[in-house]
Write a protein that binds this ligand. Structure first.
Ligand code: PXG
Length: 450
């Protein structure tokens, strides 16, 4: 076969493709998108560059993941070095040193006895892995009837069958009717009637954890393996936990021998102005899921970190026996480990989590400055996250926020929308002037969209 010019040059990465047909895009209205594609071709610091040469300020850290900003030299070079040294090593009954180094550095960052890291390639895989570890733990611990998994309404835990089953987004479930049957859900914590325009954790709503007691009464504690929640729900529109809510979940779980899983795929790595939500809210879960900011999104990677007791319970039985029948070809991939180690080094050296905490009051003030703009019904902020909720157009949920998203993009700002909520989560390197630019652009946009 002849080598095509395109195989050796990478011109294709910077020009508009002639044909968009072959690709099926994820979570995208494919036909609408292909009629007017938005293409990004390069990125540095706080900015993307679009295919038509415009600078786009990144108001969302990609998809909540590029926490240290784009194109970090340390990560590029670490990945290049590892790529030349060794591309891949088998991960079952074999290993390579960098994954041990990363595991140690990662568990050293986490509070309490969260001491053992299992690597995956995405947040979805981390969630399914954590749910399976919970089941395996109870089985090893002599409680094999504990098989039910409790999620929460408006929870997002990725797109695996486990994740959508504990997840609480109707649209992500309806198309796939065959879900895990042994699941149930807590109510969500979104209560605008009490908590509108909340800065940080809302005061009202700790009791929204109490329905877990009712589920225990309904199903029996001896049937429940774990509860999984996002400490702050990101994807469904920045739903911030009420003061005391997570503590109360922890207490109820403890009382009934139920494992508590925090899905920190978004909240991990400084997003809330602390290393992790479990640290910020001072509640130690039994399992934590991570992804996104772990590698600054430079190479896909996720992780589950387990408390000592969980790991120890599974490290019993004959030594020659595989303890957990689970893993991925690319668990602990060398390039991902290199990217992650470099990323964690940047977070430490640039003190980015403290930076996020220092910037949070400025961010809060700036975003809440939009409260009197057209269409705004609620604004919620925490760390370097904001949700701006708009009134929906009658009969057209999501349309107004989608128009705001495309208008912002035309004005050089990347935002995210979910329903009629604009979600913002800039890289933690964002400057005050860029926060102003984000808010000014959104303000102008809200004046313009119908
Ligand atoms: N858990 C949580 C809490 C997430 O936010 C996942 C799991 C799944 O991760 P992967 O790597 O499998 O996608 C996520 C992902 C958005 C948005 O716009 C959020 C996510 C992904 C894409 C878009 O809110 N979160």
């Amino acid at each position: 076969m002849n080598t095509r010019v395109d195989d050796i040059s990478d011109d294709y990465a910077t020009r508009t493709p002639n044909n968009l047909d072959a690709l099926w895009l994820p979570f995208t209205a494919n036909r609408q998108f292909k009629a007017a594609p938005r293409l990004l071709v390069s990125a540095a610091g706080m900015h993307y560059q679009s295919v038509d040469g415009r600078q786009i300020l990144d108001g969302t850290a990609g998809l909540w993941c590029v926490n240290a900003g784009h194109g970090r030299r340390e990560i590029i070079e670490a990945v290049q070095r590892q790529s030349e040294r060794m591309d891949y090593a088998p991960g079952f009954q074999m290993a390579h040193p960098a994954q041990f180094e990363l595991a140690q550095r990662l568990v050293d960052m986490l509070p309490g006895d969260l001491e053992h890291a299992f690597f995956t390639n995405s947040g979805s895989e981390a969630v399914d892995t954590a749910l399976k570890i919970a089941l395996a733990y109870h089985q090893a611990n002599g409680a094999p009837t504990r098989t039910k998994l409790i999620g929460r309404e408006r929870g997002y835990h990725g797109v695996g069958f486990g994740g959508i089953s504990v997840g609480g987004i109707g649209a992500n479930r309806k198309q796939f009717r065959n879900q895990l049957s042994e699941t149930d859900h807590l109510p969500h914590t979104h209560a605008p009637a009490h908590n509108r325009f909340c800065r940080g954790e809302p005061a009202w709503g700790a009791h929204l954890a109490d329905p877990l007691e009712s589920l225990v009464q309904l199903h029996g504690a001896e049937t429940i393996a774990a509860v999984i929640v996002e400490p702050m729900a990101g994807s469904t529109g920045v739903l911030i936990p009420p003061v005391g809510y997570l503590q109360r979940l922890r207490e109820i779980c403890d009382r009934h021998g139920i494992l508590l899983i925090f899905d920190e795929v978004i909240t991990g790595f400084g997003r809330l102005g602390a290393g992790f939500a479990c640290e910020k809210f001072d509640v130690i879960p039994d399992l934590v899921t991570l992804a996104k900011g772990l590698t600054n999104a430079a190479v896909p990677m996720g992780a589950v970190v387990a408390r000592k007791g969980i790991y120890d319970a599974l490290m019993t039985g004959p030594e020659a026996m595989i303890e957990l029948f689970h893993g991925y070809t690319y668990s602990g991939h060398p390039l991902a480990c290199a990217a992650a180690i470099a990323t964690l080094g940047i977070y430490r050296d640039d003190e980015l989590f403290a930076r996020a905490a220092d910037l949070a009051p400025y961010w809060e003030e700036a975003v809440h400055g939009l409260r009197d703009r057209a269409h705004v019904t609620d604004i919620r902020t925490l760390g370097l996250v904001a949700g701006i909720e708009l009134e929906s157009r009658p009969g057209k949920p999501g349309a107004r926020a989608y128009d705001a998203f495309t208008t912002c993009f035309e004005k050089g700002l990347l935002t995210r929308t979910t329903g009629d909520i604009i979600a913002l989560s800039p890289p933690l390197i964002v400057e005050r002037a860029q926060i102003d630019q984000i808010c000014d652009t959104i303000g102008e946009t809200l004046d313009e969209v119908a």
